[in-house]
Design a protein around this ligand. Structure first.
Ligand SMILES: *Cc1c(COP(=O)(O)O)cnc(C)c1O
Length: 226
C-alpha cells in the first residue's frame, strides 16, 4: 500500500470530529509532502531538532504538534511556531513555555501528559501531580499558555483489555479535571490518545485527537525511534 492509500484508509476509519495528527518522526520530507498534498495539515514530531528541520523545509501552513518529551532549554526554539505541545509533565516546563511565549506575544496550547501505561520508562503525570499544577499559586499567572486537554499513551501490549482500561482511566482523569478544576475554561476539551495499533479503541473511549504514525508512513527503523 502506498503512503497515500494508507493515509486515506486511516482517514476513513476516523470520525470527522476526531483530529488526526500524522506522526512523521523519522519520516522524510518527501513522504510528509505526499500526505500534505492529500490535505493533511496536522503533523506530530517527538524531537525538537527534527521538528525544527522539518518546519524550515516544509510549507508554513502545517500545524506542528510536539508529542515527545520537551526539555526546558529547548522551549525557546519551538515556541515561535508550535501548534500544540502534547507533553507537559511539570509546572517548571509550563513556566518556561509561558516565559518564552510572552516575549513573542503568543499563547501556546498545551496538553498535560499522563502516565497511564504499566511501563516504567514513559514520562507523564499522575492525577495528583496534575491537580498540584492546576491548583498551584503560580498557575493563574501563566497567561501565555492555555491547557487545552490531556494526553496519554497506553501500554505496549496486544492485550486489548489492558489498553482499553488505560484509555478509560485517562478519560476519567479528563472528566475529573474538567469538572473539578477547569469548569470555567472552555478550551479544556481535548483527549489526545490512540496510536496506529490502538486508535480505534481510543476513539471508542472518547479520544478527540489520535496520533498515528506507522499505519500511515510504514514501520519506522527501530534504532532511530526513541
Ligand atoms: C511515535 C509516537 C506515536 C505514533 O506511533 P505509531 O505507533 O507509529 O502510530 C504517537 N504518539 C507518540 C507520543 C509517539 O512518540
Amino acid at each position: 500500500m502506498s503512503v497515500t492509500e494508507a493515509y486515506h484508509l486511516i482517514k476513513s476509519e476516523i470520525p470527522e470530529q476526531v483530529n488526526l495528527i500524522a506522526v512523521s518522526k523519522t519520516v522524510s520530507t518527501d513522504k510528509i509532502l505526499e500526505v500534505y498534498n492529500e490535505g493533511q495539515r496536522a503533523f506530530g514530531e517527538n524531537k525538537v531538532q527534527e521538528l525544527l528541520f522539518k518546519y524550515n523545509e516544509l510549507p508554513k501552513d502545517i500545524e506542528w504538534h510536539l508529542i515527545g518529551h520537551l526539555q526546558t532549554n529547548k522551549v525557546k526554539q519551538v515556541v515561535p511556531f508550535v501548534k500544540i505541545i502534547h507533553s507537559i509533565d511539570s509546572l517548571k516546563l509550563l513556566i518556561e513555555i509561558n516565559k518564552e511565549a510572552k516575549k513573542i506575544n503568543r499563547v501556546i496550547d498545551c496538553l498535560l501528559e499522563f502516565h497511564i501505561a504499566s511501563e516504567e520508562t514513559k514520562f507523564g503525570l499522575s492525577l495528583d501531580d496534575a491537580i498540584e499544577i492546576l491548583t498551584h499559586d503560580d498557575f493563574p499567572m501563566l497567561l501565555n499558555i492555555r491547557i487545552v486537554g490531556i494526553m496519554g499513551m497506553a501500554s505496549f501490549t496486544d492485550d486489548i483489555q489492558i489498553v482499553r482500561k488505560e484509555f478509560r482511566t485517562l478519560a476519567a482523569y479528563f472528566r475529573k479535571l474538567k469538572y473539578g478544576y477547569m469548569k470555567y475554561n472552555p478550551y479544556f476539551k481535548e483527549i489526545s490518545m490512540g496510536m496506529s495499533d490502538d486508535f480505534k479503541i481510543a476513539i471508542k473511549e472518547g479520544s478527540t485527537m489520535v496520533r498515528v504514525g506507522s499505519a500511515i508512513f510504514g514501520e519506522r527503523v527501530k534504532k532511530t525511534e526513541e
